[in-house]
Design a protein around this ligand. Structure first.
Ligand code: TYM
Length: 350
């Protein structure tokens, strides 16, 4: 049975990349799936240990989930540290995964920078905790932006190695199922997670440079649209967004080699649940001076109600805290079951 899991770190302001690459997909997946959406506070202390108002940051991500349309009663919304089994399974995975696998992660290399010896051990083990987040619920589908792809491939490697290393114990405890990995039949405890990266905006780029990812850490606030920006700020940022002098092409092929144009068309498509080709069939041949005001209108129409609802929710911290507490309890009940089975498979005495 499919289970959707994804997480967002409570660091800095959410931006349009987080919304289109992740949260908007979370909302759409609710109709047909069992979904668990997590504010990954344990991950947020890997790169920077001390945070000002971490509690407030956690609440603001939960508020963004709910304001965007996630239903915390039908599905589960909680913060990671409320369910200790994430860290517990991550420890097991630290013993399954190899140091070489972690050293190859591009995000680790980027975040650790030149002084790798001085990065936290948690930053190196980050993908192991991420695999545990998903697999402690035996999650199968993970909606994320393109930047998380490598981490999800590692989660598959960890699941596969656990399944193979403990093959006999999985059989003996009767906890596994037969799955196909490629054409190989494997008796598995953990499923192979499927990344869900598709869509017109899997990687939203900076508004100042179409070759750089839109990111929380870009020093220029003009490079991103924040979920808390007001209409005037959104309008200013889109008007100032870098473009080339050509008119828009009438087919998606024509966006090749035009990263800024491709980015803005992708954003328009994702915000209106259309394909880039479809958007170009409407705007092909038109100048940015026509397209940009249409994009401003669309972005403000979609984002303003979310921003307003986020503000309203954040004023009622007791309500947000109650939602997270309730979600945490329901998540914990599921995670406890997995950890009891995992302990049994490994051979711990309980
Ligand atoms: P985080 O908090 O950096 O980002 C949250 C989500 O936003 C997506 N995203 C983007 N998508 C498109 N374009 C962009 N410019 C852009 N920037 C960010 C990210 O891909 C992500 O989906 N490691 C994860 C959090 C995590 C997680 C997990 C995700 C922890 N455990 C388990 C899935 C499953 C992260 O740091 O995301």
């Amino acid at each position: 049975k499919p289970l959707v899991f994804s997480g967002v770190q409570p660091t800095g302001n959410l931006h349009l990349g987080n919304y289109l690459g992740a949260i908007r997909k979370f909302v759409a997946l609710q109709a047909d799936n069992d979904c668990i959406y997590c504010v990954v506070d344990l991950h947020s202390i890997t790169a920077q240990l001390v945070h000002e108002d971490l509690k407030g940051q956690i609440r603001s991500i939960a508020a963004a989930f709910i304001a965007s349309g996630i239903d915390p009663e039908k599905h589960i919304v909680f913060n990671q540290s409320a369910v200790p089994q994430h860290a517990e399974l991550a420890w097991i995975f630290n013993c399954v995964a190899r140091i070489g696998w972690m050293n190859r992660m591009t995000q680790f290399k980027d975040k650790a920078g030149k002084d790798r010896e001085n990065a936290s051990l948690g930053l190196l083990a980050y993908p192991s905790l991420m695999a545990a987040d998903i697999l402690v619920y035996r999650g199968t589908h993970v909606p994320v932006g393109d930047d998380q792809k490598q981490h999800l491939e590692l989660a598959r490697d960890i699941a596969m190695k656990f399944n193979l290393d403990f093959r006999d114990n999985i059989r003996a405890t009767g906890t596994g199922v037969d799955i196909l990995v490629g054409d190989e039949p494997v008796h598995a405890y953990f499923p192979m997670v499927e990344p869900m990266i598709e869509g017109p905006a899997p990687r939203v780029m900076s508004l100042r440079d179409g070759t750089k990812k839109m990111s929380k850490s870009d020093p220029s606030d003009l490079s991103r649209i924040n979920l808390m920006d007001d209409a005037e700020t959104i309008s200013k940022k889109i008007r100032k967004a870098k473009t080339d002098p050509e008119a828009l092409p009438s087919e998606a092929e024509g966006l090749k080699g035009r990263p800024e144009a491709e980015n803005l068309v992708g954003i328009y498509a994702a915000l209106s649940d259309r394909s880039k080709a479809d958007v170009l069939s409407e705007f092909g041949g038109q100048q940015f001076s026509t397209f940009k005001p249409a994009l401003v209108d669309l972005a403000v129409t979609v984002l303003s109600p979310i921003t307003a609802e986020m503000r309203r929710l954040m004023d009622d911290t007791a309500h947000i805290d109650a939602i997270l507490r309730n979600g945490g309890e329901r998540a914990r009940a599921r995670a406890e079951k997995t950890m009891a089975e995992v302990s049994d498979i490994i051979g711990f005495l309980r």
